[in-house]
Design a protein around this ligand. Structure first.
Ligand SMILES: Nc1nc2c(ncn2[C@@H]2O[C@H](COP(=O)(O)OP(=O)(O)OP(=O)(O)O)[C@@H](O)[C@H]2O)c(=O)[nH]1
Ligand SMILES: [Mg+2]
Ligand SMILES: [Zn+2]
Ligand SMILES: [Zn+2]
Length: 350
């Protein structure tokens, strides 16, 4: 495994650093105690590793090869829950095969939680994902995206990206614990995806649709503050305008934001550059150049994205528009860029 852990290993649930001594081996089926070997002294089953600090199961694959940790942040209503719902669905049912990668849930109940909290609403009830409340936040969804690449001489090399989605309830931190967990989350991240609702940008041609001017700027500043601690942020930062469908009618027909990426297990450099440059120009036109200026000042490596999870605005009653289907557009772009940054996805060869 080539990808190395940046600094310390952290628990993917509480983001506290873990060493061998802080891993507790417990039996999943009874309260039996370890016998010093890998099996339960009472029932003889294989013991599973857990984080001594929070008690969550530590996936064995993750312990062997943690991969890179990608964190997700964004203000209330920016689309965090919908993004998680759609991205995971796309990776499982479409994109995984296209990227020759597998998305593996990393925890006992990740699949059940994903279905209950996200998938069910969008894909069965054809309804938006409910607003996140304190109680269902705080429980990270941990997946590993594993790609096997054939190196020279046909040697297989496994590369893993650990996607830890901590779906916070908006941006109000009502408790110190949650605040501290977010700090640890960002400190442990090898990359960050920041979601911004274009309706929160007062200069964008979408006024009067219920955005909160300045909110994205505040969140971005807080995140950059946490990440940088006075220095430049060196981890890749992907800043994505969600709900790009709201922007489409205001863009020229030849806009790169309308296009879709060419399918295939490669990173399209030209497309990436075109979208980033166009978004920089749009931010300037919307008098939002401060956002880009702040990123340039604090980050050594950032990229701008515009994506749509649903492909269209939902109806007033929360039902999905256009036939009730989810039509994502470019949701995978930030991930493709990060995979490329981490050496797990090549540029297309001419
Ligand atoms: N136009 C459009 N609207 C969207 C899209 N995705 C989500 N929305 C709308 O944005 C709202 C907020 O999305 P959420 O995913 O709940 O946002 P969140 O960041 O999780 O919000 P909190 O849980 O309140 O922090 C949804 O209820 C939808 O009404 C999209 O792709 N296009
Ligand atoms: Mg939410
Ligand atoms: Zn047992
Ligand atoms: Zn833990």
């Amino acid at each position: 495994m080539r990808l190395s852990w940046r600094g310390v290993r952290v628990c993917p649930h509480c983001f506290r650093s873990i060493s061998r001594a802080q891993i507790a081996y417990v039996c999943v089926s009874c309260v039996g105690s370890p016998t010093g070997s890998a099996v339960c002294g009472t029932c003889g089953r294989t013991l599973r590793p857990r984080c001594a600090a929070c008690g969550h199961h530590l996936p064995e694959g993750y312990l062997r090869a943690p991969g890179r940790l990608v964190a997700l942040v964004g203000p209330a209503g920016s689309g965090k829950s919908t993004y998680i719902a759609v991205l995971v669905h796309e990776l499982m049912y479409r994109l995984g095969a296209e990227l020759e990668a597998a998305l593996l849930p990393c925890d006992d109940d990740t699949m059940a939680h994903y279905h209950e909290r996200y998938e069910r609403h969008l894909y069965e009830e054809q309804h938006i994902v409910p607003k996140t409340v304190e109680n269902d936040g705080g429980r990270p969804l941990v997946h590993r995206l594993v790609r096997v690449r054939r190196g020279r001489f046909g040697r297989a090399r496994e590369q893993a990206l650990t996607l830890v989605f901590l779906d916070t309830a908006g941006d109000d931190f009502t408790s110190r614990d949650r605040m501290e967990a977010e700090l640890r989350y960002l400190a442990a991240a090898d990359a960050v995806v920041v979601l911004i609702d274009p309706q929160d940008l007062p200069g964008a041609p979408l006024r009067g649709r219920g955005g909160v001017p300045g909110r994205s700027g505040e969140v971005l500043t807080r995140v950059l503050d946490h990440l940088s601690a006075g220095r430049k942020v060196t981890v890749p930062v992907a800043v994505a305008l969600t709900k790009a469908d709201l922007l489409w009618p205001h863009l020229p027909a030849n806009s790169s934001l309308h296009r879709t990426r060419r399918p295939g297990p490669f990173f399209d450099d030209d497309d990436r550059a075109a979208v980033h440059t166009e978004l920089q120009a749009l931010l300037r036109r919307w008098q939002e150049h401060r956002l880009d200026a702040r990123l340039r000042r604090f980050c050594t490596d950032y990229q701008l994205f515009a994506l749509s999870m649903l492909g269209t605005a939902p109806r007033q009653d929360g039902g999905l528009g256009v036939g009730g289907v989810v039509r994502p557009h470019r949701v995978e772009d930030p991930l493709m860029w990060l995979l490329h940054r981490f050496g797990a996805l090549d540029r297309e060869r001419a």
